[in-house]
Design a protein. Structure first.
Length: 242
């Protein structure tokens, strides 16, 4: 089961599908491109449950942006009529099964009526005056007068939100650090299992063999940073501490 709840947009697959379509739409992609990227009929899918999640989330997006047709609506009804999600949720409890059933009934009722307020493409404002820049090394002091350090690894802007991705460094001292001291420290990170062959994993993350060699044996994973993301508007409130 690849969802967190019984709603139409609930869980990774539904969010990825719905927002994938909306991102294309907001980028002024053509209807053909959207339909080609996210066809309502998938030739391959994991199982009936996941297919229903995909089809319903795709259908909701289609309806909101004015791409619903009689043929697409008919196909969505066919998929929903199989009760794949209702049956799976009912295995957990009758409450969840009934909840999914109600959600689907309301969903079909909604998309069966022509959308009189088709969603317009959104223009999101992007931040240009950053507080910090990518690759900035920052230090700050805690209430116990000890210093810490981190790196602004990435600045990500998406759908009007601007987030700074910070990677902690192991530095901890009552002395304010300089670059030389920080260079002697470590990043915080974790191993992320790879389903690829070792050679393919190397291509996906060049240099990972340095970590492999350090650990010994024949590991096969990629390295992921421990990241603390802070939104621009929140960082403004305490930027003077860095």
């Amino acid at each position: 089961m690849a969802t967190d709840g019984t709603k139409i947009i609930d869980g990774d697959r539904a969010h990825d599908t719905y927002w994938g379509i909306m991102d294309l739409f907001d980028s002024e992609a053509s209807s053909k491109m959207i339909i080609d990227e996210y066809p309502i009929v998938q030739k391959e899918f994991f199982d009936e449950f996941d297919n229903e999640v995909y089809v319903t989330s795709c259908g909701l997006a289609y309806w909101e942006i004015g791409l619903m047709t009689f043929e697409r609506l008919k196909y969505i009804k066919t998929i929903v009529s199989k009760n794949a999600c209702v049956d799976e949720w009912t295995k957990l409890s009758n409450k969840e099964g009934n909840s999914r059933s109600r959600v689907l009934k309301n969903f079909i009722k909604k998309i069966s009526v022509k959308n009189s307020k088709v969603r317009k493409a959104k223009k999101y404002r992007k931040i240009s005056n950053f507080i910090f820049n990518e690759n900035d090394i920052l230090t700050f002091k805690l209430s116990d007068n000890s210093y810490r350090a981190l790196i602004c690894l990435k600045i990500d802007q998406h759908r009007g939100n601007c987030n700074y991705w910070f990677v902690p460094i192991t530095y901890q001292s009552t002395s304010k650090p300089n670059l030389e001291l920080i260079a002697q420290q470590s990043f915080l990170g974790s191993k992320i299992g790879s389903g690829y062959a070792r050679d393919d994993t190397r291509k996906k993350q060049p240099g990972i063999e340095i970590v492999w060699d350090y650990l010994g044996g024949k590991p096969n994973f990629i390295f992921g940073f421990v990241i603390d993301a802070v939104e621009h508007k929140d960082l403004l409130k305490f930027k003077h501490h860095f």
